[in-house]
Design a protein around this ligand. Structure first.
Ligand code: SAM
Length: 282
């Protein structure tokens, strides 16, 4: 078995890259040090449309996606949380353009999920309030892991199942209804101070995503001990949730200021019991 297939033990033998680290650098530099077929899952919200300058840092999207493809394991899933800005009266279409680039680089667009904000910032003018972002789930081949978020079914007890018998007559059968079903692909979250996270230090970053979102996606597309990578780690949401869910994780963040915020935030949890998180889909 080659080192890259050995999972956890690989980290001990590779001096270039370690799990449980946020690398203060351009994400393409971190990826370049990873072996191929290394990452089980990516979850991230990239900077887009120059909406925020994040201390002036930008990233080269065109170069990043083929690198991600190379470094992800077959069956790995990348969840890309993104929206569009409106410029001169027109939505930029960045989300769709990026999705098409992922497809051109070999990924499957496996599931276009929606991150619905229950309490969005009101928007002025003759448009409806912008209350969602895309959560594109791109996969390298068929996803190797799928633990869907479930919800209780409405009806209980026996249901009538109708089937055509071999003679063409209708045959009725009583079957026990299931008690749970997969949720739909629109995920709703409340957001904002004290809700997206309870960690006050995280709000030093201007654009965190809710811990509940990270938790739902990480649970769905990865298993314990899998390696989760966030190329745009920001305040450390992915790292914290991955840690609490017993995944290995690696992050990149180009701003030293945000790395410091994430490091302070993680220090609150790295000695805490690993089997709880305040994040859950609701
Ligand atoms: C939308 S924020 C991510 C927020 C994060 N999901 C959280 O919950 O805190 C995007 C981050 O990408 C960082 N960034 C921008 N260009 C980068 C690059 N080339 N490599 C790594 N990080 C970069 C920014 O500094 C910013 O913190």
């Amino acid at each position: 078995m080659s080192p890259k297939d050995r999972g956890v033990s690989f980290f001990a033998t590779n001096m270039n890259i370690k799990s449980g680290q946020i690398y203060n650098e351009n994400c393409t530099a971190t990826l370049a040090r990873m072996p191929d077929n290394f990452i089980d899952m990516v979850i991230t919200s990239p900077p887009y449309d120059g909406l925020r300058t994040y201390n002036g840092y930008a990233f080269d999207f065109e170069t990043l996606v083929p690198l991600l493809y190379e470094k992800m394991k077959s069956g790995g899933v990348a969840v890309w949380v993104i929206s569009d800005a409106t410029v001169n009266g027109c939505e930029t279409g960045t989300s769709f353009r990026q999705a098409l680039h992922f497809i051109n680089c070999g990924f499957n667009l496996h599931d276009t999920m929606i991150y619905h904000k229950r309490n969005p910032m009101p928007t002025a003018g003759n448009r409806y309030h912008q209350n969602f972002e895309y959560m594109f789930a791109f996969s390298k081949g068929a996803p190797k892991t799928f633990h869907p978020v479930m919800e209780a079914t409405k009806y209980r007890g026996l249901a009538n199942m109708k089937n055509r018998g071999t003679a063409g007559t209708l045959v009725y059968k009583k079957v026990e209804r299931t008690t749970e079903k997969k949720v739909g692909n629109v995920f709703s979250y409340s957001i904002g101070g004290g809700i997206s996270t309870k960690d006050k230090v995280a709000y030093g970053h201007p654009a965190i995503f809710p811990e509940a979102l990270a938790s739902d996606q990480i649970k769905t597309w990865s298993s314990e001990s899998d390696l989760v990578y966030d190329p745009f780690m920001g305040s450390g949401t992915t790292a914290k949730v991955a840690h609490l869910l017993k995944r290995q994780w690696i992050g990149s963040e180009i701003s030293a200021e945000y790395v410091e915020i994430a490091t302070k935030r993680l220090a609150l949890y790295t000695n805490a019991p690993l089997n709880s998180t305040n994040a859950s889909h609701a």
